[in-house]
Design a protein around this ligand. Structure first.
Ligand code: C2E
Ligand code: MG
Ligand code: MG
Ligand code: MG
Length: 281
């Protein structure tokens, strides 16, 4: 049995690697089929005014309704979609679907129309056609540009190419707003605020998680909110799960928030019910 360590290790690892490789090939083939067969769905998570409790918008979050695996979460296929470039058609579908859906909701709603936040991948920003696609999604849905928010992650801004800034400036010129997602988790968050034409900061869930129990997290969170105010940016706190977190954020004058405390990402039908309680669609 002593010999098992040396040469035999290959026999242990090889089938594993083989299996992992096989699985990734299968996933890629599945994903290609999913694009053609439209196996994606959107969930909509309410974004709430922390003072009034009103829903001011929703974040569109993709799900893959896989025919045999069931619902696949974005973190299990977005990286592959990015590597293979499939995120480009998938992302365009997300944008068009989200804009159409929210334009339709706003047409039925009285009062202030809600916003829709759509996550963008770095790969999409490498496409010179992206501003045109955004423009087209707005025009064909009828959604006013100021009701669309595009969310960018800090990693996207870290590794940005020179063209990224040009692209973002073109998109901003349409009247669309830009948010930095997961703010505070990157290496030099503050630098992006100078360099990129951002309108909204989304405070990462990791700060919100500890805002009640950890004085440092609370101080940082409240500091980010004040920074946002000084720069005339809106702040959205992510991942609010408890009333205590809400209280701390509201005390710090955080404008907006989202999280399971208010609602999980909801199906279209569930959001219909939430928005039009007396008038089921
Ligand atoms: P994100 O943009 O930061 O989205 C927030 C994530 O936190 C979502 O996970 C949401 O379901 C989850 N979340 C919201 N509130 C709570 C809470 O109170 N507690 C906890 N534990 N989680 C909460 P989800 O839907 O799995 O999405 C994960 C990430 O995948 C997103 O992070 C985003 O970066 C990416 N993603 C989702 N949809 C798209 C898309 O259409 N395109 C691209 N490029 N990326 C997407
Ligand atoms: Mg997001
Ligand atoms: Mg986020
Ligand atoms: Mg996040």
């Amino acid at each position: 049995q002593a010999k098992k360590h040396g040469k035999d290790r290959y026999e242990v690892f090889e089938p594993d690697m083989q299996r992992a490789f096989q699985a990734s090939i299968e996933l890629e083939a599945d994903l290609r089929r999913a694009v053609v067969r439209h196996e994606f769905e959107l969930r909509y998570q309410p974004i709430v005014n922390l003072t009034s409790g009103e829903i001011t918008g929703v974040e569109a979050l993709i799900r893959w309704a896989h025919p045999t695996r069931g619902e696949v979460a974005p973190m299990d296929f977005i990286p592959l979609a990015e590597e293979t470039g499939m995120i480009v058609p998938i992302g365009e579908w997300v944008l068009r679907e989200a804009c159409s859906r929210v334009a339709a909701w706003n047409a039925r709603r009285s009062g202030q129309p809600i916003t829709v936040s759509v996550n963008l991948s770095a790969v999409q920003l490498e496409q010179p056609a992206l501003p045109l696609i955004v423009q087209s999604a707005l025009t064909s849905s009828g959604l006013p540009a100021d009701r669309l928010i595009l969310e960018l992650t800090e990693s996207l801004l870290v590794d940005h190419r020179p063209a990224t800034l040009t692209r973002l400036t073109e998109i901003k010129a349409l009247g669309v707003r830009l948010a930095i997602d997961d703010f505070g988790t990157g290496y030099s968050s503050l630098a992006y605020l100078r360099r990129f034409p951002v309108d909204i900061i989304k405070i990462d869930k990791s700060f919100v998680d500890d805002v009640v129990d950890e004085p440092t997290a609370a101080a940082l969170t409240h500091g980010i909110i004040q920074l946002g105010r000084a720069l005339q940016l809106s702040t959205i706190a992510e991942g609010i799960e408890h009333e205590g977190q809400l209280d701390s954020l509201a005390d710090g004058n955080c404008e907006l928030g989202q999280g399971y405390y208010f609602a999980e990402p909801l199906t279209r039908a569930a959001l219909d019910e939430l928005l039009f309680p007396a008038d089921p669609a």
